[in-house]
Structure formats: C-alpha cells, structure tokens
Design a protein around this ligand. Structure first.
Ligand code: BGC
Length: 761
C-alpha cells in the first residue's frame, strides 16, 4: 500500500508538469501525412521520418503513476517520464484513465514531441470499466456468445468514454487447475468453447469499425501457456508437449487472430525452457508467421526484465536484445527498450528491420483507431459524463449475470423460493457484501457499487427476510495489491445466525471467496470455503437443513460435503454490479437458470488439474487390483463435470440420428424435449471421440453446442454438422490433419453425455 500512496503523490507531480506544459509548440502529425490515403502508406511515410530513438520510443510503454497492476517499476520517475513523452520516447501509457488525465498525457505526446505521434492508452478492461459484468469465467458459464459479445461491447463503450482506446483483454488462456487464481479471468478448460468466447469478446471490444469512438483495440493474452503453470502456482514454470500446445493452448489464440484482434500480450511463464517474452517460436514463427498476425505484441508487465531471473539473460541489455529479436514489439514497464535498444541496433545485435517491423505494427493500430486523425477523439468530457454508468449498460450486465448462474443441485424443488408467506434467513458476510461481487480486475469500478444479495432479495417484499452475517470471510484483502491474507477466525456472531436459521422456512447462505481471493497472485492450495464459513454452515445445518447455498467465488471449489448434505446449491460466482438482482431473480424463479460449468469442479484438491477432455491412458478401467490409473482414496471423476448445470425444468434427449454424407461430413440430429413444468433453456452439447489416431485423442471433445429455449412439453429437433475441421486435430509438427477412422458422437446436457452413436469415416 505504501508503494501505491507514493505513486499517487508522484502522479500529482506528473499532472502538474502536464498542466505547465507548453501546448502550442508543434503541429499534430495528422496534417503532415493526411495526403496519403492508405494506412500502410501513411505508416511508411512516417517511419521514414523517424530517428532510431523515436522508433524505439514507440516500443516503450509506461504506467501512469496511478494504478499499479504489477510490481513498482525499478527505475524512472515522473520527471523522466515527462521528458520522454516530450521527446517522443513513449508509444503508449497504461493505467492512465479519465478524460482529463488521458488528455493531459496525450497533449504532451501530440503537441510537444517532434513528430506529434499520439499515444495508445491501455487499461485492463477485463469485465467492464465502471459498470461491471460477471467475471469472465462466470460469463463463460452462460455459453451465450451474443450476451458475452454484448458485455464486451458495453465495456468498450464505457472505457472509450473515459479516454481508453486499448484493453488488455480477452484473456484466452485455457485453465484446468482451480488452484490458479487467474482461472477467474478466462473461459475455462475447453479450447472449442474458449475459441468461440474469445472471438465473441474480440468482436465485442473492437466492433466492426475500430475507428469509431465507441470501440477499442483488444489484446489476446497471455501468449502462451500461462494457464498451465505447474501446480497452479502463479508465474510458475510451464512444460507442455506439442500436442497440448497445438490442440489445447493455441486454438483460442488463433481464433482471436481470425477475428481480427489487433494486439497480443505475451506471458510471464517459461514455455519449455524459453520465457514467452523471449520466445521466437511463439511470436515470430507461429503468431506472426504461420497465423499471419499483423497487429503488435506487448510484453506482460516487466517480463523483459524478468528474463534475468528466469536465467535466460545475464542482464537487462541482453534481455532487451532477446525480447526484440523474438518479436516482442512493445515493452510494458521494464524500461529496457527505451534504455538499451538503440545501442543494441547500433552494435548490430538487433536488426534495424526488426525495429521497423515492430514500429510499423504499432503505428498501424494507432492509425486504425483514428488517433492520428484526432488524438483526442476519446477525450470528450460531456460524453464521459453521459455515457459512464448509463442504464442500458446496467441492463446488459444484469442480463449476462442471470445467464451466468449455474444451478448445481435442487432437491425436492426447494428452488425457486415461494414469493409469499415465507420466513427466510439470509446468512453470510457475502450476502451483504457490495464489493466482492465486483470480483478482481475491476480497477475503475467504484468500491461497494454492486447490488448485494441482501438488496436484491429485499425487492421481494412479501416474504419476511432476516439477515445475519454469522462471520466475516477475511480481513485485509481489500485491494488489488494487498498482500495480507487473513481469513477470520472470529465466531462471535454465530449465535445470531443460528437463531435466525432456527425459525426460518428456508435458509439462504451466501458463502465463498471475497472478490480479491482469486485473480492474479491469488493461487490457493486449499479449495474449500475460506475462514470459518464451513463451520458456520455446519452449525446452521444442525438447526435447519432447508439450506440454499449460494456460492460467490472466482474459481471451482471442492463441494463434497455440500453436495451430500444440502438440498440446493447455486453457483453464482462474482457477477458484477448487478449481482444481487441477478441472484434474487434466479432464487425467486423470475429467471430460470441455464448456465453450464466451463470448468470441472474437483472432489479433492489432489485431483487438480482435472478436465473432461483427458487422454485415456493404457490402463483406464478398474480391473481388480491396483494396476490401473486411479487414486487410492478418491474417484477419478469430478464432482460436477464440465458442461453441467440444472434448470427449474427438466430436459430429455432422444432420437439421435447420425448420417455420414460425402466428403467426410457428418449430419447429426437429436430431439430435445422440455419434460418439466416450466419454460427453460438448455445448452445442447455435442462431443466426439476419435478412437484411434496417429497422436492419441481425448476421450471426449466438445465440437458443437446450441442454446435452445422450450415451453413445457415442447420438443425440438436440433441439428449439427461435423466436417474435417471439427474431426481433425494438430499433429506433433503443428500441422492440422484429418484421419479417417472410428468416431463416437455424443449428445447431451453436459460432458457426461451418453446418448451416442458410432460412425466410421
Ligand atoms: C498482468 C496482465 C495485465 C498487466 C497490466 C500484468 O500483471 O499479467 O494481464 O494486463 O499486468 O495491468
């Protein structure tokens, strides 16, 4: 926290330097290059007039002295940054936000530097700017690509109104290990679903016209392998084979390239011995070579410098050389490009053509954003006031929040709750918490701006609602950078909670993790409810078993006791600004839950990483004796599988028809019936298994899904088509191949889908 305070003071100094700056020195570049029509022509013309130092400057990104989203920089102060801005030695700033502040820094770059090249302003708009949507993992549980696209569109429009023109999102890392805190930021464990969601998010942020003042450039991150850190420990080593890399890790990244994503961020981790930032294979060979990506790559925070700690570079200069040669175009917060790169080029250690290539990519995106035409196009105070927090944004985040909720258990139709004549005890600190629902990575949100569950439920006035906290979750975890981790041990308020529960018809307990217990730097070795929450739950259970457990969390938890004892469990994640309204509407049945898990929920931490699309092993089944792939003390399967989620109605699958037509095309149809009493939505999921291949294939792979809404008793035929694109895979040389052979097709409501048919191609 000390660091943060110091930097707020420095930011003040910085702003005062800005306001003293002379504003009418040089002309904006726009007037100098406007005669050339196409962007590449403009970029080349400008490049031709830049000195080496100015080119390197474009490759330098500084943090504004405000929000620190990484360790404090080792070098540089406000005066130096100001000087560098004036000299044109800064291409981008991150974590400067709000029109006044963005205008301030932009003005120095545009009006005081020799060439007046505008800055691109980056910010982590991960799940909303000020109006916060569900954490990305939660949103992914909606499987609703349009709602997800819309949520990114809203985030872009709101951030753009605050001066931002570039988000460091979407994070498209495949994540299988709930111990890793950043699972909250991605789309879960599946590359097919992950690719669709990655694309939807890019389209949401960037729209169809990047030069509009409502759209911002997106950034696919973290390239690559970050989600596979050993033992789920943050920033840890990654060692994966080519099959996993090509078939699991790469596809969502490639999908963003196909969707036209304008930037990539590399990763903190080493991948097979080479840090991602210095990894030529990833950046030059695959991304810019094979996939033809024509945007630019920004490093992750300080990751050039970190290559010395990794043991790849002996000092900062060597690290800068390796990063530039490997294709890292912009240095986020290592300050090493600006310091070392010009000399490295003069010494012949980095090719001048690499610098030109990087700068062209960066300038191109700035042109596409329209920043040269009008560097202040994102800086409109009136728009900022009118747009931020507008009602339509709240409507959109409420919509996706409802769709993100997953019903895990509902015995005897305890849910939905009756709307009248009930006495409901609402228990748990998270029930009244207005901050935790915002989750992590919500830097621009106002603290305590979410609707709590308590507030959401108070809108249903015809029941008697009694709230008792029971116990806090944690003390000290109040900020993005806070390091203390103290789960409370205080049980002094248990008696009030037990008392409230004793006389209630139904007990709603809201338990889980506070907003900062997942996210960057928040790996955990235990996946139970933190603090004394489990004790509280069991104490309440002793007096009233009619418990609806509402979970607020940023990762899969271990819920064996809960599944065994409790009648109803609702996975409500961290749902953003409208959280409490979304949860109340689901609990009362005004929205029939339709979410499906994007990650498997383990039975024990020891199963992690656990995922549905595993390989079969040579000894997959339970012959008597010990010589098969299993645990002594736990099942192999997860508690809740990928794709799982219930509804207040029920669905029946029947009549699976699979027909092979010419050209290795497979037509599939299935009948879905709403066999329950309520209108509901089902995510129909299609999986395949390729039984024999030159590289072994997973036991199941998602290859299609469709959201279907049906009235009670209504039936519908759902069709899918599989082609070589879905039936093929990447071999160990990274080539996409299709091999004929035996396949099983599965259709159902989760990854245990067992309605199946065999085909031979
Ligand atoms: C994170 C990135 C983020 C960057 C800038 C890093 O610590 O890994 O995902 O975009 O900070 O805030």
């Amino acid at each position: 926290m000390k660091v943060l305070k110091l930097n707020i003071v420095l930011f003040g100094v910085f702003l005062s330097l800005i306001s003293c700056s002379n504003s009418n020195s040089t002309l904006s570049i726009s007037s100098k290059v406007s005669s050339i029509k196409d962007i590449d022509g403009k970029v080349n013309e400008l490049l031709g007039r830049m000195t080496l130092e100015e080119k390197v400057g474009q490759m330098n990104q500084y943090v504004g002295f405000w929000d620190l989203t990484g360790p404090a920089p080792k070098s540089g102060d406000a005066a130096e940054k100001y000087e560098h801005l004036r000299k044109g030695y800064v291409g981008s700033m991150l974590n400067v936000r709000g029109v006044e502040n963005v205008r301030g820094v932009q003005k120095i770059a545009v009006e005081e530097s020799r060439l007046g090249i505008p800055l691109i302003i980056g910010f982590d708009v991960i799940h909303g700017y000020e109006t916060i949507s569900p954490i990305p993992l939660a949103e992914s549980a909606s499987w609703d690509l349009e709602a997800i696209r819309k949520s990114s569109e809203v985030a872009a429009e709101e951030a753009a109104a605050a001066g931002i023109n570039w988000t460091f999102a979407p994070m498209v890392d495949i994540t299988r290990d709930a111990r890793w805190g950043r699972v909250m930021e991605g789309a879960g464990e599946d590359p097919y679903l992950g690719s669709k969601i990655a694309k939807a998010r890019v389209l949401g942020f960037q729209g169809t016209d990047l030069s509009a003042h409502t759209t911002i450039a997106a950034c696919a991150k973290h390239f690559a392998g970050y989600g596979f850190s050993e033992s789920g420990r943050e920033y840890n080593t990654v060692d994966v084979g080519t099959s996993t890399l090509n078939n699991m890790i790469f596809p969502p990244f490639q999908a963003t390239v196909e969707a036209g994503v304008r930037t990539f961020m590399n990763a903190f981790n080493v991948l097979n011995g080479i840090p991602a930032t210095g990894n030529k294979y990833l950046q030059r060979d695959v991304l810019k070579g094979k996939w033809g990506f024509d945007g630019f790559v920004v490093t992750d925070w300080g990751s050039i410098d970190e290559m010395t700690s990794h043991g790849l570079a002996k000092d900062g200069k060597e690290a800068a050389k390796i990063a530039a040669n490997a294709g890292s175009d912009m240095d986020m917060e290592s300050h090493l490009y600006v310091k070392e790169l010009s000399a490295l080029v003069r010494e012949g250690k980095v090719k001048a053509s690499f610098i030109d290539d990087a700068v062209k990519r960066i300038l191109k995106v700035k042109f596409e954003l329209g920043l040269f035409e009008n560097p202040y196009k994102y800086c409109d105070e009136t728009r900022e006031k009118e747009v931020i927090g507008q009602q339509s944004f709240h409507d959109a985040v409420l919509d996706v929040a409802k769709k993100s909720i997953v019903l895990l258990k509902n015995d005897n139709q305890l849910l939905p709750l009756k709307k009248q004549g009930q006495k409901i005890a609402l228990i748990g600190a998270l029930a009244a918490d207005k901050n935790s629902p915002l989750g992590n990575w919500r830097i621009a949100a106002k603290d305590n701006s979410a609707v709590s569950v308590l507030e959401g439920m108070q809108a249903y006035k015809e029941n008697k609602l009694v709230y008792a906290k029971g116990a806090d979750v944690n003390v000290g975890y109040t900020a993005f950078t806070a390091q203390v981790h103290i789960n409370t041990t205080d049980k002094s308020e248990f008696p009030q909670a037990i008392q409230a529960a004793r006389s209630a018809d139904v007990v709603v307990m809201v338990l889980g993790e506070i907003g900062y217990q997942s996210g960057e730097g928040r790996s955990r070795t235990k996946l139970g409810l933190p603090g004394v929450q489990q004790e509280l739950l069991e104490a309440v259970y002793k007096v009233n078993k009619n418990i609806v457990l509402v979970l607020n969390n940023g990762r899969p938890l271990v819920l064996n006791w809960h599944q065994q004892h409790l009648p109803a469990i609702v996975e409500a994640w961290q749902l953003g600004t409208q959280s409490g309204n979304a949860i109340a509407q689901v609990l009362y049945g005004d929205y029939n839950p339709s979410g499906k898990l994007p990650m498997s929920f383990p039975r024990a931490v020891g199963q992690a990483p656990i995922y549905y699309n595993y390989k079969n092993t040579g000894r997959p089944t339970g012959a008597p004796g010990v010589f098969w792939s299993h645990y002594e003390d736990e099942k192999n399967s997860p508690l809740y599988p990928f794709g799982y989620g219930l509804s207040y109605t029920s669905f029946e699958y029947s009549n699976l028809q699979v027909k092979v037509v010419s050209g290795n095309k497979v037509n599939i149809s299935v009948t879905l019936k709403n066999s329950g009493q309520k209108t509901g939505k089902e995510v129909v999921q299609l999986y395949i298994r390729d039984h024999f291949a030159s590289v072994t294939r997973p036991v199941k792979e998602l290859k299609g899904f469709e959201l279907v809404t049906l009235e009670p008793s209504e039936s519908k035929e759902i069709s899918f088509i599989l082609t070589e694109e879905e039936l093929g895979f990447y071999d160990n040389d990274g080539q996409f191949i299709f091999e004929k052979g035996d396949f099983t097709i599965f259709v159902g409501g989760d990854s245990n889908a067992n309605l199946q048919a065999q085909i031979t191609l």
